[in-house]
Design a protein. Structure first.
Length: 403
């Protein structure tokens, strides 16, 4: 039982992209086989008693158990080899299945030869027994596997919708993913940014001339700071300090300023990485040009530093109109922010996930998905896979394995 359950787990991992280290799945398989064999044995016992063939049934079952124990013992080292080695060839598993079937058939023939005289006297009952308890379960398993195969074919990933604008660079990892795995990747922003007018910024009692340092968390914050400054006809002073959340933001800043002539301080990636740099210049007056949907960690970090800072809403995050996607279906939907998921449900209040896989980036996006009752199938970043494209590739390789 242990060996056969182990082998079935390996088969599921190979052909149906299940996790072979899944102890819960193994226990479920073992429990099912145990219950199935016990029920089968009890029914056989009842029928044998009814037709007065108890002696034959007991001896026949004893021989079956003996031979299957031998098969299980032979299968155990093979299972261990397959478990600890990456054997991705379907042919190896098919050959093992055929060998098990062949060995089982031979044991049946040996058993029939041993009890030939008894079987010939009870031939009708034996055929009835054989059809009911040996052939019928095998046919049922084959039909069940075909249904699972059909279901899994529907779960293979062929199309992906990324809820962001299409990358403008040719060497985007999404394009590499598309070419490598032969899947279609479409891009559609679920949210977009709308700039706030200079008049509205003034209404927030923000005077750009009062600030000595600017905190920039994204490309949007760069664009809209300089846009508002231009609308206000404010000449950005050369001694203004810029605190950029990441190298990508700092690099983008070069569109507006001469990099080598400015005082620019760059964090690693997260906003908290900027904290030591801001702390060194805690006497500055900081302006945070940002969106109306600011991540909670930003004000918490700045308040903890006890610096003089002001948030300015320079642009708004607006949910896009996705009505043209009403009758379009994708195998995977990729989200990078909680607002993207909110946009999905604003456009499609009755959205049902069904077989659609949901990929999310970041814990806040994951939380929003779970709060909305969605099943998160793909998560990034993780210690092993820091990027969304890496997480997508790993998942697609697993579910499309039998393709």
């Amino acid at each position: 039982m242990i060996s056969f359950s182990f082998f079935i787990l390996l088969l599921l991992a190979q052909f149906y992209a299940k996790e072979k280290h899944n102890a819960i799945l193994y226990i479920q398989i073992f429990t099912f086989l145990t219950v199935f064999i016990l029920c089968k044995y009890l029914i056989e016992k009842i029928i044998a008693t009814s037709f007065k063939i108890e002696e034959f049934a007991e001896q026949f079952n004893l021989l079956k158990v003996t031979y299957r124990t031998y098969i299980g013992l032979l299968l155990l080292p093979i299972n261990i080899i397959l478990f600890y080695n990456a054997v991705n060839s379907n042919a190896v598993y098919i050959i093992l299945i055929l060998l098990i079937i062949a060995f089982s058939s031979i044991t049946y023939l040996i058993t029939l030869k041993t009890y030939q005289s008894l079987v010939s006297r009870k031939i009708f009952y034996f055929i009835l027994y054989l059809c009911t308890f040996e052939i019928a379960p095998i046919i049922s398993c084959i039909i069940g596997l075909q249904k699972i195969e059909h279901l899994m074919s529907n779960l293979k990933v062929k199309t992906i919708l990324v809820s962001q604008p299409e990358p403008k660079v040719e060497n985007s990892p999404y394009f590499e993913l598309q070419n490598k795995l032969k899947v279609r990747v479409d891009f559609r922003p679920f949210i977009h940014v709308e700039g706030v007018s200079a008049k509205e910024v003034r209404a927030q009692k923000i005077d750009l001339s009062k600030f000595t340092a600017i905190i920039l968390t994204s490309r949007n914050s760069v664009d809209h700071f300089f846009r508002v400054a231009e609308e206000m006809r404010f000449k950005v002073p050369e001694d203004l300090k810029y605190f950029c959340q990441s190298e990508a933001v700092a690099y983008y800043l070069q569109r507006y300023v001469v990099y080598r002539k400015r005082k620019i301080y760059v964090g690693q990636k997260e906003f908290s990485d900027l904290a030591p740099l801001i702390k060194k210049y805690k006497d500055e007056k900081f302006l945070l040009p940002n969106t109306d949907q600011l991540n909670s960690d930003v004000p918490q970090t700045l308040d903890a530093l006890k610096v003089d800072w002001t948030q300015g809403i320079f642009y708004r995050t607006v949910m896009s109109d996705l009505s043209d996607l009403k009758d379009v279906y994708y195998d995977v939907l990729v989200f990078f922010s909680p607002t993207g998921i909110k946009s999905l449900f604003k456009n499609f209040p009755d959205f049902q996930q069904n077989n659609t896989r949901i990929a999310v980036f970041g814990v806040t996006t994951q939380k929003e998905a779970l709060d909305r009752g969605l099943r998160v199938d793909i998560m990034a970043p993780t210690p092993e896979i820091p990027s969304m494209t890496g997480a997508l590739e790993k998942y697609i390789l697993e579910v499309n394995k039998g393709k």
